[in-house]
Design a protein around this ligand. Sequence first.
Ligand code: PLP
Length: 392
Amino acid sequence: ELPLAQRMGRIKPSPTLAVTAKAGELKAQGLDVLSLGAGEPDFDTPEHIKAAAIDAIKRGFTKYTPVGGTPSLKKAIIDKLKRDNQLEYKPGQILASCGGKQSCYNLCMAVLNAGDEVLIPAPFWVSYPDMVLLADATPVIIPTTQAARFKITAEQLERAITPRTRMVWINSPSNPSGMAYTRAELAEIGAVLRKHPQIVIATDDMYEKILWAAEPFANIINVCPDLYDRTVVIHAVSKTYSMTGWRLGFAAGPQKIITAMADIQSQSTSNPTSISQVAAEVALNGDQTCVTEMCKAFKGRHDRLVADLNSVPGISCASGDGTFYVFPNVEGLIAKLGVKDDLELSDKLLKEALVALVPGSAFGTPGHVRLSFATSDKVLQESVARLRKIAA
Ligand code: PLP
């Protein structure tokens, strides 16, 4: 038998995509599965963005572009980072990729060596550890609890740092917890990182615009501007403009790292789709009403869902700060139903209640599940009714 590369033994397919696929299979068999597994907004891409892409096709903007994005898309990204985030970048510090995911991957490949450690607070976005493993480095998971609102403390961070630590991931608001770090918390984390100049900071700001915390959005360089020279901001139009299928993300950071990331991209996938670049440019430069409307809808669903979930015996759900996920503790339900863990629970809920959700273990935090509320209130209500029935 032909062997595969050794690195294939280290990674697995994305568990969130796997749940969605499994739910899809059951649906195709005619079963009435309610899917709360989705990692994408349920809204349509706004019309003015689609129109720009159609126009791009019609005028023949369908060829290779510069690897890291067209000059006008880079300008739109620079303007966005200045307008929304008060951050200054030059075109050489910007890279447009095929989704935020590719920017994350490029970053890992650009800065990590075998033996390097990468700090990843759990619950984490499922791809961080596997990307680190693909880059031959070692993920070091920092656990959190619901009581700590799923956020690491400065002390935890300090304890996890070793001379081998090369990078740390910050994702706020977070997939899957929905929690956002406050400015005060970021200042404390920044104070620790300041003492360790070898650490690259990756701030994944994907859910910046889906936020209803008391404070407006801030990332670590807003709070600690002195960390600018070793921080890479990762972003995308995917979640903000309901454009997940267009595959357009971007990174902003130190020119040396961004150039290395672009070199990797130039030898792997080249430019992100020309048509998507035009669409993203229009999304970033255009009217932002669609963004505030989607956020408002998510907030309404969030509030109803959290209240509903907390009325189910065995489920305890904290209110989140943003995103379209909640991450309740289900240890009570696990005990009540006599299943082994969150994996068995999710399996049982899918088979017996026809509710698809993602086990917390996939995000490095057993005893919890992730529910996506990127679906209608009707589906959410019916899902909770099914959970209540099985918990009774
Ligand atoms: N980062 C986080 C935290 C995410 O949740 C996702 C998508 O699920 C991504 C990055 C990647 O997004 P994209 O679809 O732009 O590749």
